[in-house]
Design a protein around this ligand. Structure first.
Ligand SMILES: Nc1ncnc2c1ncn2[C@@H]1O[C@H](COP(=O)(O)OP(=O)(O)OP(=O)(O)O)[C@@H](O)[C@H]1O
Ligand SMILES: [Mg+2]
Length: 274
């Protein structure tokens, strides 16, 4: 699939949804879902009406990390999102519970993503966060070319392999004219619980450097913290906790600011339904 030319992009708005934010990365396993989940919970706790759409159709991790897995109800043609911690949710995991992998090809994938975007009764939302699968392939392109995405967050670790792929992700969003709200460096450092020294497990500072090089904002550096992993595995995101959740609240506040900037710069009328 090649990106549409500017002016040919048809990104119809989703009724009631003010801002769509995609969380992506080049590399897998860098913490996209963790950040999407905690960002959504943090935005909801700041009082914003928030939804989270799991676009990782083959490896949906949102149900586990949000601690909920039920089959959603449908009224007529509209699927009702589930709700947990004040966040409205949709994930393939709710429709295909169990361990069987899905074996779908391009066109079906495309229609599932469209169904999640437009066939779910999201209601009025300030923010709909989209957790993308890893990479810069067809699923990502199909989604970001058809959804009216306000901005994208690119997640990376400080390691060179992750940064190399993060640059590709930034370029992909740029190619399809989705503003990059910023780079988040995850697993930035470890506060050693024994010697209380900072350990740069995956190197240091690469996220900020890459953001500078690519002229995109640097949004946050988040520590490698066993409590973040435990929060994910137990369906109780760390953003729910006072104190420990603060870095994610901070990320949510910066995301709100950057989104407002992006919306001002782009102007909704440029991309929608042209
Ligand atoms: N800051 C962190 N501290 C500790 N563990 C973390 C942190 N961020 C993510 N993890 C853990 O790392 C693992 C991978 O994270 P996650 O599933 O969010 O990555 P991902 O980028 O969404 O992966 P995929 O590409 O497979 O979708 C999970 O077990 C998660 O709990
Ligand atoms: Mg994921």
């Amino acid at each position: 699939m090649t990106p549409n030319q500017p002016g040919q992009i048809h990104r119809l708005p989703i009724a009631g949804v003010k801002n769509l934010i995609a969380v992506g990365s080049g590399k897998g396993g860098v913490g996209k879902t963790t950040i999407a989940v905690n960002l959504a919970v943090a935005l909801a706790s700041l009082g914003y009406k928030t939804g989270l759409m799991d676009a990782d159709v083959y490896g949906p991790n949102v149900p586990l990390m949000m601690g909920i897995n039920r089959t959603p109800m449908a009224f007529g043609e509209r699927i009702q999102p589930l709700e947990q911690y004040g966040v409205r949710l949709m994930s393939m995991g709710f429709l295909n519970p169990g361990d069987k992998p899905l074996v779908w090809r391009g066109p079906m994938l495309h229609s599932v993503i469209q169904q999640f975007l437009r066939g779910v009764d999201w209601g009025d939302l300030d923010y709909l966060i989209i957790d993308l699968p890893p990479g810069t392939g067809d699923v990502q392109l199909s989604l970001i070319q058809t959804a009216p995405i306000t901005g994208a967050i690119v997640v990376t670790t400080p390691s060179d392999v992750s940064l190399e792929d993060a640059r590709k992700a930034v370029s992909m969003f740029r190619q399809v004219r989705v503003p990059v709200l910023g780079i988040v460096e995850n697993m930035s450092y470890l506060d050693c619980p024994h010697c209380h020294q900072r350990v740069d497990v995956f190197s240091y500072g690469g996220g900020r450097r890459t953001a500078d090089e690519m002229q995109v904002p640097f949004l946050a550096e988040l520590p490698l913290d066993p409590q973040v992993r435990i929060g994910g595995d137990t369906g109780s995101p760390i953003a729910l906790r006072k104190g420990e959740g603060e870095p994610f609240l901070e990320l949510a506040r910066s995301t709100v600011e950057r989104t407002a900037d992006a919306a001002r710069q782009e102007g909704p009328e440029i991309e929608i339904g042209e």
